[in-house]
Design a protein around this ligand. Structure first.
Ligand SMILES: *[C@@H]1O[C@H](CO)[C@@H](O)[C@H](O)[C@H]1NC(C)=O
Ligand SMILES: *[C@@H]1O[C@H](CO)[C@@H](O)[C@H](O)[C@H]1NC(C)=O
Length: 433
C-alpha cells in the first residue's frame, strides 16, 4: 500500500520546502533528494538518454593533486586534514555557469563531483515547461521590485507593481555552495583563504553582489573581502538545499535581499534541472509592499518560532510576532489543522460528508495560515483517505490537485511531484468501472 502518511502534522509540516542558516544554526531539514536523485540522470548526450538509469554523467572527484579537472575553470585549492587522512575541503569554480554568472563550490572532492553532474547548460527544448522559462527569460529584465533601504532593517526588496500569486520574481543559480561542516580534521584556521578564493574566482559583477550582502551583527557597511567577512556573509545569507543527497548551504545574492517574515508573501523552490533557485510570489503583492520570505519552517507555533529566532541573536519584529492576538489565533489554527489530521485517521470519521467537511476546513486553514505549500501533502493524504473508503472518483480528483500543488510549491522536478504523479497513474490503472 502506498498510503502511509505521517499522523503527526509537525512531522509532515516540518518537511518544509527550505531551511536556512543564520549564524551557523541550521533551522530544520527536508530531504529533497530521496533515492531518485542517487543517479546521475543529467545526460548531456541528448534527450534519448534523458531517463536512462545509471548513465555516468557525474564528475570525477578531483583535488589539488589530481590533474584533469573537467568542467572546473581552475585547479581546485584544498585544505587537507592535518593528519593527512580523510577528505580535503576544496574550492571549485565554474566561470561559465548559467551564461557567466559563475559558481564556486566549497566541498569535498566527492560532493563537488556530484554537483558537476548537474552543471553545463542543457538544450532547453527538452526541458519541462517550467524549466524552459528559465532560458527564455534568464535575466527577468522587467524586475517587479527594487532593493531599497528599509527603516530598521538595512536593505529590503519592495514591489514596484502589483504582483500576482505564483509569479516568479527571481530565478538565479547559486553563486556559492558550501557544505555545512568542514570535513573531519580540517580546521577553521585553514580555510579562510578558500572563502576568499571562492569569491575571487567568480565574475566581477557577482563578486560585488556577494560582498555587498549583510554580515549580520558584524556588518559595518564597508566592503571586506577577507575570508572571515565572507564566511559571515555565507552564514547570514545562505539557505539549505539538497543537491542529490548532499545538504548544501546555497548563497543566492539576489534572493538574499528579501527579508524575513513569519507569514511571508514569497517562497523559494530549487530546481535540479536548471540548477536555479526561484523566488515566487506566495500571494498577491501590492505595489510598495515589502517582499518577505520565511527563514524558518512556516508551521511552527509562536513559542518555538521565538525560541529559534532568539538563537540567532535577535527578536522577531514581523507583524505576526508583534501582535499577541494574531500569534495566538495563528497557533489556534495550526493546532486545529493537527486535530483535523488526527480526526481523519479515525475510521468512524470516514464518511463522505465528514471527510468533505474536514477537507474544506483544512484547506481554508492552510490558506489563512499561508501554509498552502502543504496543500499537495494534504491532498495526497486525502487521496489515501478517499481510497480507503472506496471513493475512487474523489481519490482521483484530489490526487491530481496534489500534482499541481506540489508542482507549484516544490517545483516540477521535486520527488514529491514524481510520487504524486505515480499515485495518479496508479489510481487511473485501477479504474475498472
Ligand atoms: C529581545 O527581547 C527581550 C525581552 O523583551 C529583551 O530582554 C532582549 O534584550 C531583546 N533582544 C534584542 C537583541 O533586542
Ligand atoms: C491546490 O489545492 C487546493 C485544494 O485542493 C486547490 O483549491 C487549488 O486549486 C490547488 N492549487 C493548484 C495550483 O493546484
Amino acid at each position: 500500500m502506498p498510503f502511509t502518511f505521517s499522523r503527526q502534522f509537525q512531522a509532515v509540516a516540518l518537511g518544509c520546502a527550505f531551511f536556512f542558516s543564520r549564524n551557523g544554526v541550521w533551522a530544520a531539514a527536508e530531504n529533497l533528494g530521496g533515492s531518485q536523485q542517487q543517479q546521475c540522470r543529467w545526460n548531456l548526450a541528448g534527450p534519448l538518454a534523458w531517463r536512462e538509469k545509471g548513465v555516468d554523467t557525474c564528475g570525477r572527484p578531483v583535488d589539488d593533486k589530481a590533474a584533469g579537472q573537467r568542467i572546473w575553470s581552475y585547479t581546485p585549492a584544498c585544505a587537507h586534514p592535518e593528519s593527512g587522512e580523510g577528505a580535503p575541503y576544496c574550492v571549485y569554480s565554474y566561470k561559465e555557469n548559467r551564461g557567466g554568472s559563475g559558481l564556486s563550490v566549497l566541498a569535498t572532492p566527492e560532493v563537488a563531483a556530484d554537483i558537476e553532474g548537474f552543471l553545463g547548460d542543457p538544450n532547453p527544448t527538452w526541458l519541462h515547461s517550467q524549466a524552459q522559462r528559465y532560458y527564455q527569460d534568464p535575466q527577468l529584465e522587467n524586475r517587479a521590485f527594487e532593493v531599497r533601504d528599509v527603516p530598521g532593517k538595512g536593505k529590503g526588496a519592495i514591489a514596484t507593481r502589483l504582483i500576482r500569486a505564483g509569479e516568479v520574481l527571481i530565478r538565479e543559480s547559486p553563486a556559492i555552495l558550501n557544505i555545512p561542516q568542514l570535513p573531519k580534521g580540517v580546521l577553521p584556521a585553514q580555510v579562510g583563504g578558500m572563502f576568499e578564493l571562492a569569491v575571487k574566482q567568480l565574475p566581477e559583477r557577482q563578486q560585488k553582489r556577494v560582498v555587498g550582502l549583510s554580515r549580520g551583527d558584524a556588518d559595518d557597511g564597508g566592503v571586506d573581502m577577507s575570508g572571515d567577512a565572507i564566511n559571515r556573509v555565507l552564514n547570514t545569507n545562505s539557505f539549505g538545499i539538497h543537491v542529490k543527497d548532499h545538504f548544501m548551504a546555497a548563497l543566492c545574492p539576489d534572493i538574499a535581499r528579501i527579508n524575513h517574515a513569519c507569514r511571508p508573501n514569497m517562497f523559494t523552490r530549487f530546481s535540479h534541472e536548471t540548477f536555479t533557485m526561484e523566488a515566487v510570489a506566495y500571494a498577491d503583492i501590492q505595489s510598495g509592499e515589502e517582499l518577505h520570505l520565511s527563514y524558518l519552517p512556516l508551521n511552527l507555533l509562536s513559542e518555538d518560532r521565538k525560541a529559534m529566532i532568539q538563537q540567532w541573536g535577535f527578536n522577531c519584529t514581523c507583524s505576526l510576532c508583534s501582535s499577541p492576538d494574531k500569534a495566538s489565533e495563528s497557533d489556534r489554527n495550526k493546532r486545529r489543522i493537527q486535530e483535523i489530521l488526527d480526526q481523519l485517521q479515525e475510521e468512524s470519521n470516514r464518511t463522505p460528508e465528514k471527510v468533505e467537511t474536514f477537507a474544506q476546513e483544512l484547506f481554508k486553514l492552510l490558506d489563512a495560515e499561508r501554509l498552502m505549500f502543504e496543500a499537495g501533502n494534504f491532498a495526497s493524504l486525502l487521496t489515501g483517505v478517499y481510497y480507503s473508503m472506496g471513493e475512487m472518483k474523489k481519490a482521483r480528483q484530489v490526487a491530481s490537485t496534489a500534482v499541481s500543488n506540489n508542482t507549484l510549491y516544490l517545483g516540477h522536478d521535486s520527488v514529491k511531484v514524481q510520487s504524486a504523479k505515480e499515485l495518479v497513474e496508479m489510481l487511473a490503472a485501477m479504474d475498472w468501472s
